[in-house]
Design a binder for this molecule. Structure first.
Ligand code: SF4
Length: 414
């Protein structure tokens, strides 16, 4: 914007197309590549095509080779320099321009660019980037590098700008939000950030944070969530597995009693809290008994939402050396068994909301219908609340739940 560019409503009418690629597992790479090729094939004269994001960071040479018509590649930590990249594209060149400067402190030198992606009434606000952990299956630290937290004042300033723009929900994101601020010398930095944020943006009714790490959810964080209405009682704790041996092979925390204790504290402080997690099935060496332990754990805890992924064998990760030992068909079968179990649980947890009241943030309307979300649902990955009348998009309405589906609730405005 500051450089004089405007967002175009349709890619075919734009002078510049930026594809934010994802490169951490094979299906994401394939999708990114396909989108880039489609844009390259339909490029109009004078239009530039830029690949940004993780895949361009991870496989820059390969992307340049495989996408005919790609004009530039931009690294994950220097995205705010897109205007300089576009200027550079206007100079004569033979091949794609690679913009990967050596320094990686985008979080300190992003030139007053608000680090948020706004979608309707909600905004994702990045508080840190990168990861210091060594989970055996994960390529993200290889792509993103070590964790760097944004200064607390910068996050608050962005949040204030979002509040001024009328945003109703701020979603704090990082690879691991519970580690926020450690590199700044903060102890329990997420709790401190949330405490200050809650004061700084009183007109934002919903503050949510996503992607926490087992063992990093402090008593202070739970107490703050229970005390402040605006900090939603929603916790996304990717656990990845529930058998200690698999977790050890994954190089993840493997003390399941400690996980149970944390989940117990959350539910004691916030009985209606929505709990979300993610599991990987078919990790190298996963036995039937280990998988059964995962099923038993899911049955015991009864999460509201569970994301299930088959293990993807990624080169350069620590798990690659273990071999991809669980056959693809068995992985899929385990995905389906876990999904079937969770569907029953999700339906039961949704049914428990029938006749109760919820606030619903309206996100879309159709013929005599509105769709929104409650605190229990993060955008895109969780469910919806459906209401049988047309309401104002962006409104936060009180509603009584009248019906339950596996993922969604049906409700009536009161
Ligand atoms: S904490 Fe998350 S981002 Fe970091 S290495 Fe583990 S899985 Fe990857």
């Amino acid at each position: 914007m500051a450089a004089g560019y405007r967002e175009a409503s349709q890619p075919e009418k734009s002078d510049l197309v930026i594809v934010n690629t994802c490169g951490f597992i094979q299906p994401a790479r394939e999708e990114s590549l396909q989108v880039l090729r489609e844009f390259a094939e339909s490029k109009k004269a004078g239009q530039y095509l830029v690949a940004a994001g993780c895949l361009s960071e991870r496989e820059k040479q390969q992307l340049a080779r495989e996408v005919d018509g790609l004009d530039a590649l931009l690294g994950t930590r220097r995205w705010a320099e897109i205007a300089a990249v576009v200027e550079r594209l206007q100079q004569p060149r033979q091949s794609p321009y690679f913009h990967f400067p050596e320094t990686d402190h985008i979080l300190e030198d992003d030139g007053n660019v608000v680090r948020a992606a706004v979608q309707g009434s909600s905004a994702y606000l990045k508080i840190a980037d990168g990861c210091d952990r060594l989970c055996a299956f994960c390529a993200i630290p290889l792509i993103k590098g070590p964790m760097r937290s944004r200064a607390l004042a910068d996050v608050l300033a962005d949040a204030a700008a979002l509040q001024a723009a009328g945003v109703r929900e701020i979603i704090l994101i990082a690879q691991d939000t519970t580690t926020y601020g450690r590199d700044l010398g903060l102890r329990d930095g997420l709790t401190e950030l949330l405490r200050q944020l809650n004061r700084a943006v009183p007109q934002v009714p919903w503050i949510r944070f996503m992607y926490t790490f087992p063992g990093m959810i402090t008593d202070e964080l739970i107490a703050l969530m229970a005390e402040k209405n605006a900090i939603l009682p929603y916790l996304d704790i990717p656990l990845q597995h529930a058998h200690p041996d698999v977790l050890q092979r994954m190089r993840r925390p493997s003390d399941m009693q400690s996980v149970r204790a944390t989940l117990g504290k959350i539910r004691a402080a916030m009985p209606d809290a929505a709990l979300r997690t993610t599991f990987i099935v078919g990790f190298p060496g996963e036995t039937e008994a280990e998988f059964q332990a995962l099923l038993d754990f899911v049955d015991e805890i009864r999460f509201d939402h569970v994301g299930i992924f088959p293990y993807y064998h990624e080169a350069d990760t620590a798990a690659f050396g273990l071999g991809d030992t669980v056959p693809g068909e068995l992985k899929q079968e385990r995905v389906q068994r876990l999904a079937a179990l969770q569907e029953d649980i999700s339906l039961a947890r949704n049914r428990a909301w029938v006749d109760k009241e919820l606030d619903v943030l309206i996100e879309g309307v159709g013929d005599d219908i509105s769709a929104g979300r409650s605190f229990r649902d993060a955008p895109e990955i969780d469910g919806l609340v459906l209401l049988d009348e047309v309401l104002e998009v962006g409104a936060l309405v009180r509603a009584r739940v009248t019906g339950a589906l596996i993922h969604d609730l049906i409700a009536k405005k009161i």
